[in-house]
Design a binder for this molecule. Sequence first.
Ligand SMILES: Nc1ncnc2c1ncn2[C@@H]1O[C@H](COP(=O)(O)OP(=O)(O)O)[C@@H](O)[C@H]1O
Ligand SMILES: [Mg+2]
Length: 305
Amino acid sequence: MEIRTVAEVLPAGPPLTEQQQIGRHAARDSCQERLLEGSVLILMEPRRVGKTSFARAALARVAAAGGQTAELQLTSYPDPELAATELARQLVGGLDRVVEPSRRSLDRLRGLSAPADAGGEAPLLADLAKALLGDARGFPAVFAHAIDHLPADGHGAVLLDEAHVIAQWPKPLQDALCLLLRANSRLGVVIASSETRALNELVGPGGALQYAGYRFPLPAIDPGDWRTGLRERFVLLGLSAQDELLDRLIELAGAHPYRTMRLAQETARVARSLPSTAAPAPVGNGDLEAALLTVRSDPAWTELG
Ligand SMILES: Nc1ncnc2c1ncn2[C@@H]1O[C@H](COP(=O)(O)OP(=O)(O)O)[C@@H](O)[C@H]1O
Ligand SMILES: [Mg+2]
């Protein structure tokens, strides 16, 4: 059996692929189903519990079924027009070579709608250019464009991650987006953020995005799934862990997804650093205690506890 690296098998930090994730199977099925139905889902959960991983995996399933998908980390786009351009770039996949966020290139695109150049893509490009150039409400315009251009029997899903920044957008932009989301019944949308207070102000009573969608609670990872998932991952690392040790590990981490993976990762490192004649090598309480000392010195451990 190929022995893989600890960080590969027990990743703590980056978003995880569906295969890397432990548990939440039923919730993922349900999320996928709702996205295919064109629902707008609000993922309002604390930091590092798996929002991005979960939503991405659901989007990946929509993409695997032939749907169009896009993901925006909205904190990366201080200007909503840049977010609009990036959304257009991702949604109009094959056309991204020609769609650049500059006015000149968009003007060029607009010229393409002249009958002499009119190929199959011309009306689409012209529409897109209009949407991008349209007005200050660029983001909703691109959104509307994406909804309008979904194939009749096709699907699509968009993840707006770190979406609390929408609260900083100009009010007309927020209102336009809200109207669009309320009227939408075709494009699946996930609105996610760990800034739960800011997001709540946005989607809660009196907020700019009130009634734009409904909350999708991210379930805790089932203890049985944790145990099975961690045991399997330890085996991949050439280690064997008893249920009792796994239960203690999960309890020490409060079953918080990042903390549990972080402690498991460090425990595996300690266990693998010690010589053992047994194969697979057993993970002992001493390994867990040593790992706990290390992770406790990390500010994130306390902050997320
Ligand atoms: N289903 C899961 N199984 C195991 N660990 C998970 C799971 N989801 C998240 N994690 C852990 O949490 C970390 C952060 O995940 P991420 O999706 O970025 O969370 P968020 O978007 O809520 O901040 C991951 O690197 C991983 O260690
Ligand atoms: Mg995230």
